[in-house]
Design a protein around this ligand. Structure first.
Ligand SMILES: NC(=O)c1ccc[n+]([C@@H]2O[C@H](COP(=O)([O-])OP(=O)(O)OC[C@H]3O[C@@H](n4cnc5c(N)ncnc54)[C@H](O)[C@@H]3O)[C@@H](O)[C@H]2O)c1
Length: 330
């Protein structure tokens, strides 16, 4: 049996994906460089929870490093790739667009080229709802135009999908581009709003609310995302784009109120203007994934938040306090 290469497998979505693949008895090799975008101790802990499992291997390295990638493909009998490694985060991409382009585009190209050279024909690309920019038509559907991204991060995700298409067209690689809508749940990245607000409110700090609270996100529970990733990996036959979202929107003000209620605190809010790069609203049309992947999100926002808060309490009770970083998007 070959191995599935999960890039970014030490990260939030990656580590959940790896756990699920190992549970199913599949072999997994993770390629991750422990990028310092947020505290690497979190990623090390994610990996430590996987390391003892049979069928798991970690290669510490950079997806842009062709020699490392080639050696991995040659040695590990890679049967397919789930590509989740990226520089994530909308706002930080405005500060460092070259870095985002390098990791998200050069890195993706290096992996696609390794697939070509090593005759690996299955590739899942972790794309993002951010490709829809400020499209006014909701819910967002895969057939909508995505030509107007509003951040460098979003632009790299759209460009990544296009790069994948070229390799599908030229070399027959089966590709699934999955547009994740804001992913949350246990282990969520510490820079993302739910985790950041939870931490700050639990510590009695004032939180920054950008805009009047009416901006809204389609929050998707991480287990549902993982389920979609595995289905897409198994079922990709040609070039596909699938939205993976919960298909509902939660307003920022509502999200803050629900976290505060869950923590039993009164939020202290500093009101600031909307930030450049942020979109007003995301909401997924998931009819295609339902139809073609037989996929259905199973965890609604309230239940997902409950599970996240239980995980957060457990982590902080055991003393392993998460870190503080900037940014606020997927
Ligand atoms: N979390 C979300 O809400 C969300 C939404 C849409 C899309 N996505 C996409 O899903 C994927 C996973 O996101 P996440 O939230 O788990 O992020 P994450 O930052 O937790 O995981 C990304 C992983 O990639 C690794 N990495 C970064 N640069 C690398 C490089 N050059 N070489 C090797 N490894 C590298 C990091 O160390 C990290 O472990 C990303 O592609 C992200 O853009 C996430």
């Amino acid at each position: 049996m070959g191995s599935i290469l999960v890039t970014g497998g030490a990260g939030f979505i990656g580590s959940h994906t790896v756990r699920r693949l190992l549970d199913e008895g599949r072999r997994v090799v993770v390629l991750d460089n422990y990028d310092p975008f947020y505290d690497v101790a979190i990623k090390q802990r994610n990996v430590a929870e996987l390391e003892s499992r049979s069928g798991f291997e970690l290669v510490e390295g950079d997806i842009r490093d062709r020699a490392t990638v080639d050696a991995l493909f040659a040695r590990c009998a890679v049967e397919g790739v789930i590509h989740l490694a990226a520089r994530a985060g909308v706002r930080p991409s405005i500060e460092e667009p070259e870095l985002y382009t390098s990791v998200n585009l050069a890195g993706t190209t290096t992996l696609l080229e390794a697939c070509r050279r090593h005759e690996v024909d299955r590739f899942v690309f972790g794309s993002s709802s951010s490709v829809y920019g400020n499209n006014e038509k909701v819910p967002f559907s895969e057939d909508d135009a995505v030509d107007h991204p509003v951040s460098p991060y979003a632009a790299t995700k759209k460009a990544g999908e296009v790069l994948c298409h070229a390799h599908h067209h030229l070399f027959g690689i089966k590709v699934a581009c999955l547009r994740f809508f804001t992913v949350f749940g246990p282990g969520q990245r510490p820079d993302l709003a739910i985790h950041k607000f939870t931490r700050m409110m639990a510590e009695g700090q004032e939180i920054d609310q950008y805009g009047d609270g009416s901006s809204a996100r389609d929050y998707t529970f991480v287990d549902d995302i993982v389920d979609g990733i595995v289905r897409a990996y198994d079922r990709a036959e040609h070039y596909h784009i699938w939205n993976l979202g919960n298909s509902g929107s939660v307003r920022l003000s509502e999200m803050i109120a629900k976290i505060a209620a869950g923590l039993g605190v009164e939020p202290r809010i500093r009101y600031l203007p909307m930030q450049p790069g942020d979109v007003d609203r995301t909401c997924a049309d998931i009819s295609r994934a339902r139809r073609e992947l037989d996929w259905q999100p199973r965890t609604d926002f309230d239940r997902g938040l409950e599970l996240f808060l239980a995980w957060y309490r457990d982590r902080t009770d055991t003393g392993s306090r998460e870190v503080r970083t900037g940014g606020n998007a997927s």
